[in-house]
Write a protein that binds this ligand. Sequence first.
Ligand code: PMP
Length: 338
Amino acid sequence: MDYRANILNAIGNTPLVKLNKITAGLPCPVYAKVEFFNPGNSIKDRMAVKMVEEAEKSGALKPGGTIIEGTSGNTGMGLAMAAIVKGYKCIFTTTDKQSQEKIDILRAMGAEVIVCPTNVEPEDPRSYYSVANRLAREIPNSVYVNQYDNLANRLAHYEQTGPEIWEQTGGAITHLVVASGTGGTISGTGKFLKEKNPDIQNWAVDSYGSLLKKYFDTGKVDMSEVYPYITEGIGEDFVPANYDMSVIDHFEKVTDKDGALMARRIAKEEGIFVGYSAGSALQGLMQLKDRLKPEDIVVVVFHDHGSRYVGKIYNDQWMVERGFLHVHTVRDVISTRR
Ligand code: PMP
């Protein structure tokens, strides 16, 4: 018999896959760390389980307890899996910006999901942060895991994602490229790699409408950088505690349109059906390609799977409505207009 004792033991050891077409014009090879091979279809399985384990260790989470989180879906998927295997309840708060598919998936995994408005301040009692905090206070034996400030998030990547990439590249990696939200992936993975070789460049990719790059460049929280944007999973309107800016070498901003178009190219040209932020990450690298040399070895993290975005970036009509595609280039849209 060759099997895993439960689904949580199937997390990690995801493949590194060479990109062959989109990056063909670059001077060096580019490899994708394809994280949708995790059982919850995203990299967030790693940190979700780590946060639950740390809450158990500290005594914050006791048998039969409730896990509460504000999540855009991927962290929720990992937490829901961990909760089922370990015997906890889950309540998630999320925003109305998230795809309906993500919310339905969490409900299918037994979680209660509360949808909150996107365009309110974090301090507003209706925001998904505020609602999660209030529930954690009101519900006995519950823990608000808070992926933004819970350092078990970046620790999971320091212990798993970093060592895997180091091993898989035989220590030859020179550049890590990560689309960044809570900062857990870039900070944990980046720290491990810098400790192995301080010359490795860690490049974070941010979204327009987020203040992270400006904060990295100036050390100041500039709210004039913040406005609504469409890309899911990356960018923030505050600086989460998981950021270790000392291991990051550069922040690059990518537009909603360019990230979406690049995700579609990854699917069509590489045959890897990725989520939105994978498009942003690779687009960020392409914007920086003049910095690369022939001897470099680049690893780009592809955070999640395209199936969660079929009604969005993989829907031509949705792309046309946002001005990301022109109507005359889209056969399906033209045929529905006849
Ligand atoms: N892409 C997707 C799809 C995500 O769900 C997340 C998590 N917010 C990220 C990228 C960014 O990862 P991190 O939070 O570790 O910075």
